[in-house]
Design a protein around this ligand. Structure first.
Ligand code: HEM
Length: 411
C-alpha cells in the first residue's frame, strides 16, 4: 500500500476494543505504530525466531491429530472448527506467553475464543456513529453497548495474564524465560520513543498478537477443508502428493512443506476465494493524493475488497470454481507482490505475521490430510455461508467424518 494510505481511520471499535488505537493493527501511522510493530517483528517474525518456534507448531499440530484420532473412534462427525481453532490458539499462546495457557476445552480457552470471535465481529461492523458523528451518542445500533461489555471481558482476561507476570518479579536483564509480556513491561530498554508503555498499551499489543494469529489461520484451514470436502478428487491428489513426498511411515513436518506444491496451491486457492480478512483492515490517507487521475483528500478511508478481487472474472478463469491447479503453472503468490491475490495485504501495513500464518495453515492442512480420509456426514449438506466481520469465518462450524489412514503408533 502506498505510503499515503498507511494510516488507519479512528473508529468507536478501535477506541474501545483496541485501547484507543494503541495496538499494532489499528494504530495511526507514526512512531508509536513503527516501534510496536518493530518490537513484534523482532520478538516473533525474524527467520531466527520462526526457526526457534518450529517445535511449538509441530507439537501442537500432532496434539491436534491425537485428539481427532480419539474423537473419531466412535465413528461420528468430528468438530473441525474446535480442533483448528484450538491448534492456532495454543500455538499463539505458547509463542506470546511462553506456556500452554489454554488447556483444550478449559474455561479459559472457551472464554478466549468467545472474546476473539466477538472482537473480530465488532471491529468489522459498520457503526453509523463513525460516519455521522453527531448521532453517535444515540447508539442506534447498540454497538457501543456491546463493545463496552466486551471490553470488560477483555480487561478481566488480560488483567489476569498481566498480574501473573507482575507477580513473577523476574529479573529482566538475566532471566532467559522472559516472554513477550515481560519484554513489553520492560520497554524502557528497547523502545526509542517511549520510556514505558502503559498497561493499556501492553494489553492492546498482547491481545493483538494472540488474536491476529488465531482467527485468521484457523478460518483459512476450515475453509480449505470445506472446499476439499466438496471436491473429493482434490483430497486424493493432495494425499497422493503427501504419500510421495513424506510417505506413510512418518508424520509430515515443516521441512516437507516446500516440496508439497499441490498443497501450497490448495492454500493459495483458499486465500483467493475465502480471504480471512476480506476488506483488509481499513486504511486512511495521511495527505491529499492523486490516484489514477482522481483527487483523493487527506483522511479518506480506503477499503480494499480482496474478496471481490479474488473472484473477478476478468482476472481469473473459472473464477468461482475451487481449482488449485491454476497455481501449479503460475508464479502468483500471496506475499504482497501480486495485486490480484492479497490475503495478507501489502506495503507498510501488510501483515507482519505472513510467514508464521502461512506456515501454520500449510502445516495444519498437511497433517489433517496426511492422517485422515475426510468426508461429509451422509445426513448433512455442507453449508458454505459466510459470517461477516473484520474476518470471514464460516457461518456454520465445519463437522466432518475422519477415518485414520496412518498406522496407530503414528498418532
Ligand atoms: C493466515 C494467517 C493471516 C492472515 C490471512 C493475515 C492477514 C492480515 C491482513 C489482511 C492484514 C491487514 C493488511 C492491511 O491492512 O493492508 C494483517 C495485518 C496484521 N497482521 Fe496478519 N494475518 C495472518 C496471520 C497473522 C499472524 C500469525 C500474526 C501475528 C502473530 C498477525 C499479525 C498482524 C498484525 C500485527 C497486523 C497489523 C499490521 C499493521 O497494521 O502494521 N497476522 N494481517
Amino acid at each position: 500500500m502506498i505510503r499515503s494510505f498507511a494510516s488507519r481511520p479512528k473508529s468507536l471499535a478501535g477506541t474501545i476494543l483496541s485501547y484507543n488505537h494503541t495496538d499494532v493493527v489499528f494504530a495511526e501511522y507514526g512512531p508509536y505504530w513503527r516501534d510496536t510493530r518493530k518490537m513484534c517483528q523482532l520478538q516473533f517474525f525474524t527467520p531466527k525466531r520462526m526457526e526457534a518456534s518450529k517445535h511449538i507448531r509441530i507439537e501442537e499440530a500432532y496434539l491436534m491429530l491425537k485428539s481427532i484420532r480419539h474423537e473419531c473412534e466412535g465413528g461420528g462427525a468430528v468438530d473441525i472448527h474446535s480442533h483448528v481453532y484450538g491448534l492456532t490458539r495454543s500455538i499463539m499462546a505458547r509463542m506470546v506467553l511462553k506456556k500452554k495457557y489454554f488447556a483444550s476445552d478449559s474455561k479459559e480457552a472457551i472464554n478466549f475464543e468467545e472474546i476473539v470471535t466477538e472482537h473480530e465481529h465488532l471491529l468489522g461492523v459498520i457503526n453509523l456513529g463513525d460516519f455521522i458523528p453527531y448521532i453517535g451518542w444515540l447508539d442506534i445500533q447498540g454497538y457501543k453497548r456491546q463493545m463496552k461489555a466486551l471490553r470488560k471481558r477483555l480487561d478481566s482476561f488480560l488483567d489476569r495474564i498481566i498480574r501473573e507476570h507482575l507477580d513473577k518479579k523476574l529479573d529482566v536483564s538475566t532471566d532467559a524465560s522472559l516472554d513477550f509480556i515481560d519484554v513489553l513491561l520492560s520497554t524502557g530498554s528497547i523502545n526509542d520513543h517511549y520510556e514505558h508503555l502503559s498497561v493499556d498499551n501492553i494489553k492492546a499489543v498482547v491481545f493483538n498478537m494472540l488474536a491476529a494469529g488465531t482467527e485468521t489461520s484457523a478460518v483459512t484451514i476450515e475453509w480449505a477443508l470445506s472446499e476439499i470436502l466438496l471436491n473429493p478428487w482434490i483430497q486424493q491428489k493432495a494425499q497422493h502428493e503427501l504419500d510421495n513426498v513424506v510417505g506413510r511411515d512418518r508424520k509430515v513436518e515443516e521441512a516437507d512443506l516446500p516440496q508439497l506444491k499441490y498443497l501450497q496451491s490448495i492454500v493459495k486457492e483458499t486465500f483467493r476465494l475465502h480471504p480471512s480478512t476480506p476488506f483488509l483492515v481499513p486504511h486512511e490517507s495521511t495527505e491529499a493524493v492523486q490516484v489514477a487521475g482522481y483527487d483523493i483528500p487527506a483522511k479518506t478511508r480506503l477499503l480494499v475488497n480482496v474478496w471481490a478481487i479474488g473472484r473477478d472474472p476478468s482476472t481469473w478463469e473459472r473464477a468461482l470454481e475451487f481449482y488449485p491447479e491454476r497455481f501449479l503453472s503460475s508464479n502468483i503468490d500471496v506475499r504482497g507482490q501480486d495485486f490480484e491475490l492479497l490475503p495478507f495485504g501489502t506495503g507498510r501495513r501488510g501483515c507482519p505475521g505472513l510467514s508464521m500464518g502461512l506456515t501454520t495453515v500449510q502445516l495444519g492442512l498437511a497433517v489433517l490430510l496426511q492422517s485422515f480420509e475426510w468426508s461429509i456426514p451422509s445426513s448433512q449438506k455442507l453449508d458454505m455461508s459466510e459470517e461477516f466481520g473484520l474476518t470471514l469465518p464460516k457461518a456454520f462450524p465445519l463437522r466432518a467424518i475422519a477415518v485414520p489412514r496412518l498406522s496407530d503408533y503414528l498418532y
